[in-house]
Design a protein around this ligand. Structure first.
Ligand SMILES: NC(=O)c1ccc[n+]([C@@H]2O[C@H](COP(=O)([O-])OP(=O)(O)OC[C@H]3O[C@@H](n4cnc5c(N)ncnc54)[C@H](O)[C@@H]3O)[C@@H](O)[C@H]2O)c1
Length: 315
């Protein structure tokens, strides 16, 4: 997948998926959550009509796996032919998730960050960071990536994996990374804000990727209070899962109408992106199956074209 669809090349597919989501041509039912004692398995079906793509992502999140040396996330994406319903492909879902997540950050950064942004903060150095950094670097000329994780060993792994390809520097704290950056990316599993809002420079763009329950927030009230533009992947998703925004609304800091728009509305030209050099912008994403479908479909198309993968006769 890394060879078939580099994250920068995945950005246009994610843009089309968001446009369909906001334009009403995507059919994305609510995801089904099957909870067990140790984790949750999510079933996420959907159809894109413009792209003519039909797929189901099934992803398990078992946080305790890590202590046993196993990945916390396992998943598969099954791609179907929308014309006759035939299963076309089964694609490994954990990397696909990181790929489409990185691409969505790349898109938001392209639409909302200052064009002359040259430094980024990467807070949380897990699976998503591996695609977020290349995606941001594909849309902005980044000279420095200030990287921080509360687990010091995460930095060592991050640096070993992508340190040769990107200008990474270890930050002493998340606040230090934020204070030096034009683009701030958070992809942690934290339930509490990971940086102080007063550290943000005017003109910063923030990508909030990690939190996905009403109890979780990576971006605190002070940072949200300083944002003049809040953009989400989907308003309904944000209102049920984006802890930052749900808690800010509950606290009376903002109201739902302070969410400027969905990112797909900017893609469609219905809403504008950044308006000034000084404004602080915030893209909050909780993830959506539309992205998995669009990117999964393109990976299948490219794999066929280049004869990559294993053909299985289902009889
Ligand atoms: N929005 C989306 O589309 C989307 C997609 C995939 C994953 N996610 C979410 O993003 C988060 C990160 O995913 P991942 O796969 O990279 O997880 P991961 O477990 O691989 O990495 C998370 C990292 O965050 C670090 N961390 C935790 N608390 C921290 C803190 N306070 N400060 C700094 N670092 C901290 C951990 O040490 C870990 O290295 C998860 O919550 C996941 O559910 C969102």
């Amino acid at each position: 997948m890394e060879r078939l669809l580099p994250v920068g090349e995945a950005i246009p597919f994610v843009a089309k998926a968001y446009a369909e989501l906001s334009g009403g041509t995507a059919n994305i039912p609510d995801r089904i959550a099957l909870r067990t004692v140790d984790g949750v398995t999510l079933v996420m079906p959907g159809r894109l009509s413009g792209e003519e793509a039909l797929a189901v992502k099934t992803v398990s999140v078992y946080p305790g796996n890590r202590s046993e040396g196993k990945p916390a996330i396992y998943g598969i994406v099954t791609v179907f032919d929308p014309k006759d319903g035939r299963p076309l492909a089964v694609i490994e879902g954990a990397y696909l998730t990181a790929l489409r997540t990185g691409a969505s950050v790349g898109l938001a950064t392209k639409l909302l960050s200052r064009e002359n942004s040259s430094a980024m903060a990467m807070i949380g150095l897990g699976a998503q960071s591996r695609t977020i950094v290349p995606a941001v670097c594909s849309v902005r000329k980044i000279e420095k990536v200030y990287a921080f994780d509360s687990d010091p060993s995460a930095f060592e792994r991050f640096e070993a994996e992508i340190g040769d390809a990107f200008p990474i520097e270890r930050a002493g704290s998340a606040d230090e990374a934020v204070a030096n950056s034009d683009i701030v990316c958070c992809a942690t599993t934290s339930a509490e804000p990971v940086f102080e809002g007063n550290r943000l420079k005017p003109g910063t763009h923030i990508n909030g990727i990690g939190s996905f329950t009403p109890e979780m927030r990576e971006v605190g009230f002070e940072a949200i209070g300083r944002c003049s533009k809040i953009v989400v992947d989907s308003v309904s998703g944000a209102m049920t899962e984006a802890g930052e925004l749900i808690q800010a609304i509950d606290a009376g800091l903002i109201v739902e109408s302070d969410i400027n728009c969905e990112i797909g509305e900017i893609v469609l030209g219905k809403k504008g992106g950044r308006e000034s050099e000084e404004e602080i912008t915030f893209f909050k994403s909780v993830g959506n199956a539309a992205l998995d479908i669009a990117v999964g479909n393109e990976i299948y198309r490219r794999a066929r074209e280049r004869s990559i993968g294993t053909e299985v006769d289902l009889g």
